[in-house]
Design a protein around this ligand. Structure first.
Ligand SMILES: Cc1cc2nc3c(=O)[nH]c(=O)nc-3n(C[C@H](O)[C@H](O)[C@H](O)COP(=O)(O)OP(=O)(O)OC[C@H]3O[C@@H](n4cnc5c(N)ncnc54)[C@H](O)[C@@H]3O)c2cc1C
Length: 422
């Protein structure tokens, strides 16, 4: 009876106010539309589909060993990956010295980055450009295209990231020695190796011209390698073989004028390796006629002479006439990394300090790997001392009951070293 009277009262109300009926119709239709719209856009209670989850942006700087290894391992499709590098290929650096002498062709040691990322099951975009600034605070990297790839000059662009992977490698370290950049060859990139090969051939052609004196021919065919590390030593050895096995046959008159000198500032070449390797290399070079000058620090390079300060010679400077120099004295910091290190308060270092997870110290979303970074290892001895006991023979003893079973580590000689047995 009550509900009937409510119905009657409502219909009388619509009869008295016809516009009210229109309002109800409009509300009903628009409400239905809203429900349909909400359903279509997933703003209702239904769970969002995978594509709608915003992918985290991962930006990788560099396509060398570090950058490429990272990309090869990356298989998670939930990241939006962009790679930025001025070099659109990966180069197998251990074979670069062989490219300088033509033993290996340059094309055999490179792999296009686009063919590497094409093999991946995830989307990776590549930009042929160099990053010239990392803006950590706003999570942006500023880039400019390679001059060759940019038709309208060098338009700069900015890329945002959620995670940044810095794998930009290092620059040759010149120690700010005057004249090095202007007069020396480096051996870091494929182009460097090709350039060296061309210079070696040019030197032989030049020395064969009738216009030069024998003294000049000696200078032109004097090849100097600065730096007795692995790259310098390998290059000197390759050059020796190239000259003695190939070039002397093509330029027989040049044979008596060729000389290879290796300058090393410390007491030995390959001094990061075992003494036996160092000794073997030095003896082999001596037998081969490669002149190894130890304790010789280069202080200046002009277009025809290289000046060295020889240790134990009262700081006396010696000048050596040369035809071609290859400078190979290790890694220096990339200017972009230097600038970034200043931003994050690491300016007193040569490379970016990271934790064991390769995360740049003080930056939770930036990682650094390869030659531009250094891993700060936990202090192993400190850990051992904290977790050990002294045995009756005054040896430090630590027991670690790990997953692989009991490991026993004995630190002998009051912390001078430790042995481990499983
Ligand atoms: C001749 C030679 C022989 C070697 N032999 C050996 C060996 O036998 N064994 C060994 O372990 N190591 C060897 N090394 C060392 C090894 O090559 C390096 O340790 C390794 O290349 C470091 O890798 P990386 O990715 O950090 O740097 P790199 O391989 O140098 O790559 C750096 C990348 O960053 C890119 N890049 C540069 N600037 C920018 C920028 N502004 N923005 C974006 N990208 C940029 C470069 O184009 C490049 O793609 C050799 C090195 C040389 C030169």
């Amino acid at each position: 009876m009550n509900s009937l009277s409510l119905f009657k009262r409502a219909s009388r109300c619509f009869d008295d106010y016809p516009s009210l009926a229109k309002l109800v119709v409009i509300c009903t239709i628009s409400g239905g539309c809203y429900v349909a719209y909400a359903d279509a856009n997933g703003t209702g209670s239904a769970p969002p589909v995978l594509e709608e989850i915003k992918k985290k942006k991962v930006v990788v700087l560099g396509t060398g060993w570090a950058g490429t290894s990272f990309l090869k391992k990356l298989n998670n499709p939930s990241y939006d990956v962009q790679v930025i590098s001025p070099r659109n290929y990966f180069a197998f650096t251990p074979l670069l010295p062989s490219v300088t002498c033509g033993t290996v062709e340059a094309r055999s040691i490179v792999e296009p980055i686009r063919s590497i990322v094409r093999k991946k099951s995830i989307d990776i975009r590549y930009w042929e450009a160099e990053c010239f600034k990392i803006e950590a605070e706003n999570k942006k990297v500023h880039c400019r295209p390679n001059s060759e790839s940019s038709k309208n000059g060098k338009e700069e662009f900015v890329v945002d990231y959620d995670y940044l992977i810095i794998a930009m490698g290092a620059r040759p370290n010149t120690f700010n020695t005057p004249g090095v950049v202007e007069n020396c060859n480096f051996l870091k990139e494929v182009e460097d190796a090709q350039q060296i090969r061309q210079s070696v051939i040019n030197s032989f052609e030049k020395a064969s011209l009738p216009t030069f004196s024998d003294e000049e021919r000696k200078r032109i065919l004097h090849f100097v390698v600065v730096g007795g590390g692995p790259t310098g030593v390998e290059f000197a050895a390759e050059l020796h073989d190239f000259v003695n096995e190939d070039l002397v046959k093509l330029y027989p008159a040049a044979k008596d004028f060729v000389k290879i000198t290796l300058l090393e500032a410390s007491d030995h070449i390959l001094n990061m390796f075992d003494k036996r390797i160092t000794g073997f290399a030095e003896e082999k070079f001596q037998r081969d006629g490669i002149d190894v000058k130890l304790g010789s620090m280069v202080v200046k390079v002009s277009d025809k002479e290289i000046s060295t300060k020889v240790r134990g010679n009262d700081g006396e400077i010696t000048t050596i006439p040369y035809g071609m120099v290859v400078w190979s004295t290790g890694n220096g910091t990339h200017p972009v990394i230097k600038d970034f290190m200043q931003q994050i308060g690491q300016s007193n270092r040569r490379a970016l300090a990271t934790d064991e997870w390769l995360r740049v110290e003080g930056c939770s979303t930036i990682y650094a790997l390869g030659d531009c970074a250094t891993v700060n290892q936990r202090k192993v001895m400190g850990f051992l001392l904290q977790n050990s006991t002294w045995s009756s023979s005054m040896d430090l003893v630590i027991s670690d009951y790990g997953k692989r079973g009991e490991r026993f580590v004995s630190v002998t000689g009051h912390g001078e070293g430790y042995t481990e047995s499983n």
